[in-house]
Structure formats: C-alpha cells, structure tokens
Design a protein around this ligand. Structure first.
Ligand code: F6P
Length: 410
C-alpha cells in the first residue's frame, strides 16, 4: 500500500468488533500502510475531524491480544445516516476534503446493514467525482441479519452467551419450588431477525431440557395462544422458561413491547428502540395465571460478553478485517467481505467479496423452514447452522480476578 488507511466502527457493538479492528490494523501495517487512522465515533466523528493515529495506541503484540478481547467499539460507534448525495453535497465535500488531506487510500467501515449504507454512498460519490479512496465494508452485527453472507462476526459470541445464560437460567428455575409455579421470560436482541433468539435452543442437551418455548420475530405472535400454552405447561412442571425476541409482533404489525409502557426512542435509520417485551409478557402471565413471573432482558450483556466469546467468532472477525484491507489494496471499492460456508462438520468457511449495493439496508431473516410448524421453537437445521459458530473459547487476560481490556479514554 502506498497511502494511508482509515477505519471506523458503526452501529451496535459486539464482543468481536475490536478483533476486526485488530485485523484491519495488522494487515494494513503488513501491507505497508504508512498510517492507520481510527475514526472516533464512526463517520459522525470524522465529520467533526475526530480521529486518532492507531499506532499511538496499539504498540505491542499484547495490545493486539487485549484488543481482540475487548468488547464494545474501541473507537466509539455511531448510528449516523448520511444524507442522499443530491440532498446535501456539502457533507460529502467535507468528508472527501478530510480523506484527501490524510491521503487515505482505503476506508474500512466495520458495521451492519445501516453502516453498509455509508460504504455504498461514499463509494458512489468517489466514483462519480473521481476520488482515489476505495471503500470496503467489514461485516459486524450480533443480529446476523446481513444479506449475502453465511453469518456475521459478533453473532457467534452473542449466540454462545445466550445459549449459556439460558441454560443457567433454566437450572436456577429447577431448584426452587413455588406453589403455582414460576414463568421466566428471557428477552433477546436481534431486532426483526430471530437468529439470536433461536440460539437459546443451544441450552438444550443431555443435562438440560432447553427452553420450553422460543418466539422469533419472523412469525406473528398470538398472545392468547401463548397464554394457553403457558397454562398447559404449568400443569406439568413448576418452572417454565420462554425465550422471546425483542422484535416479536402481533399479526396487526404492532410490536409486543409497544403494548406495555415501552420507550419511544427512534434512531436515525428509523428503528424503534425495542425493549420491554419480557416485562409485558411476564405481567400478562402474572395477571392471567397468578403465578410468580420473572422478566430478564439480556440487553447489552449479550453483545458485551467477551468473557464468553467464541474462538471461531473472534478468529473470523480478525480474518474479515484483514480481508477488507486486502480487497481495498487490490482495487475493490463499494464492496463488503462475506463469509461462505463450505461444510458444517468439520466446519469450514472462507471469505469472498460482494457488492455492497446488494447488502446495504437489507435484512436477512431466519428461513421459515428453520422454525417448527407452531412457530414456538427452532428446528435441528437451525442448530446445525449455529453450532459451529460458537465453538472454542478465548481465555480473557485476567488481572486481579477481572478480565483486562485495552483502554482508551472516552
Ligand atoms: O443492531 C444491533 C442491536 O444490538 C439490536 O439487536 C438492538 O435492537 C439494537 O442494536 C440496540 O441498539 P441500541 O444499543 O442503540 O439501543
């Protein structure tokens, strides 16, 4: 590489996003980039000229290892939607003035479907105006809902945490007896895609029966049917655990979380904050059945749990960061790196380069065939798909009994 590289992180963080950052940094350096800049808070920060020279922060091999084990976006993230080019050309002129001044040859953006919109718009503008910078997306999202890729970095670690936590919750439920039983509702992220919620089924094994019901957002939710299933289950067992997606909707399109005292926040991409589904359903069950209930919102814990990261995920996240730099160095622009799966067992995968225009703003949902007929559980095919992605561990580097992270003052 003759010029410099700039990398940003965007959208919801994951336990693996910094491993991609480490992969970008190392590969850019290995390919001869003079400087590797990090945008602070993604494109929003770049517009305010907020960036750092990463070599001042990543100095040793130990720093790289710590970065791979550090959850959340090391550089800071944003949910910033670039205007359409014809709506506000000044924004683009400002960005390209900064990129040209910094002699940026490759712009790498680590993010999900909304963030790929940024790569799409910037690469289009660069082509139309003849700018030299190349733009490549590095996939990331716990939601696993990016089009054209087998899976996304961040998903495997979140899925491992969800399977592990749901298993622990089920065990906890077994050990106490309540006269009318106890119903625990576990709310899982993923927006309109059920990939994460389906991972609750990973709890099931020789030593655990798994959750009793799993509700994905792909299937319309029927409150009455849910109530009667809980009633039937309570006749047979004392503790019931239900995994629900934050994004389950009634057949009329309303989110279940909107039925309760939800939060009204909407982000720049028009996404409502989905929170409160478990609370609403736990109150509903308590009201209808008079039994003890518990609502558990896994919330940020599921995307920040680097102590429970999947080795496959962390390694692939690193690999995909390197592949993004390589693609840009070899002349690609307006592209995103994807994973292709060659086999489940033994698990084998590789990377490929795809057109970001076919990925940005799209949502890849769980196929209907991977949910049972009742819409209350995932099938074995789903488990075969997710199981390889949660394999292996990455031991945290422990200091004074707590995992050590790579620190950067915010
Ligand atoms: O897009 C990833 C994600 O974790 C979604 O699963 C979730 O709905 C959303 O981010 C939450 O984002 P925020 O932290 O901005 O509320």
């Amino acid at each position: 590489m003759k010029g410099n590289v700039i990398v940003g992180q965007s959208g919801g963080p994951t336990a693996a996003i910094n491993s991609s950052l480490a992969g970008v940094y190392r590969t850019a350096k290995d390919r001869g980039a003079k400087k590797v800049y990090g945008m602070l808070y993604g494109i929003q920060g770049l517009l305010e000229e907020r960036y750092i020279d990463l070599s001042e922060h990543i100095k040793t091999d130990l720093d790289i290892e710590l970065l791979k084990r550090t959850p959340a976006a090391y550089l800071g993230s944003c949910r910033y939607k670039l205007p359409e080019i014809h709506e506000n050309k000044e924004v683009y002129e400002k960005i390209f003035e900064i990129l040209n001044r910094l002699e940026i040859e490759a712009f790498i953006y680590i993010g999900g479907n909304d963030s790929m919109d940024t790569i799409k718009k910037l690469s289009d503008y660069a082509i139309v105006t003849g700018q030299p910078t190349r733009f490549v997306g590095c996939p990331k999202t716990i939601d696993n809902d990016l089009a054209l890729t087998d899976h996304t970095p961040g998903y495997g670690s979140a899925a491992k945490y969800i399977g592990t936590s749901v298993k622990e919750i089920i065990r906890d439920g077994f050990c106490l007896e309540y006269s009318k039983g106890v119903v625990t509702i576990v709310e899982i992220m993923g927006r309109n895609a059920g990939w994460l919620t389906g991972a609750a089924a990973l709890a099931k094994g020789e030593d655990c029966p798994g959750p009793d019901l799993i509700y994905l957002p792909e299937i319309p939710f029927d409150l009455e049917d849910f109530g009667s299933r809980i009633k039937e289950l309570l006749k047979k067992k004392g503790s019931i655990v239900v995994a629900v997606s934050e994004g389950i909707k009634l057949s009329d399109g309303r989110y279940v979380c909107e039925l309760g005292a939800g939060i009204d926040f909407v982000d720049a991409f028009g996404h409502k904050q989905l929170s409160g589904t478990a609370n609403y359903l736990a109150s509903y069950v308590a009201g209808e059945m008079g039994c003890k209930t518990r609502a558990i919102e896994l919330s940020t814990l599921q995307r920040a749990a680097s102590h429970c990261a999947s080795r496959v995920d962390i390694l692939e996240a690193y690999q995909v960061g390197g592949a993004a730099v390589k693609a840009a160095d070899e002349g690609d622009t307006g592209k995103m790196i994807v994973f292709e799966r060659y086999s489940d067992d033994p698990y084998q995968s590789g990377t490929a380069v795809k057109d970001v225009h076919k990925i940005a703003n799209d949502e890849r949902l769980v196929p209907r065939a991977w949910v049972n007929e009742d819409g209350t559980y995932v099938t074995d095919d789903f488990i075969t798909y997710v199981r390889p992605l949660i394999q292996g561990d990455v031991a945290p580097i422990m200091v004074d009994g707590i995992p050590r992270h790579l620190f950067r003052p915010f």
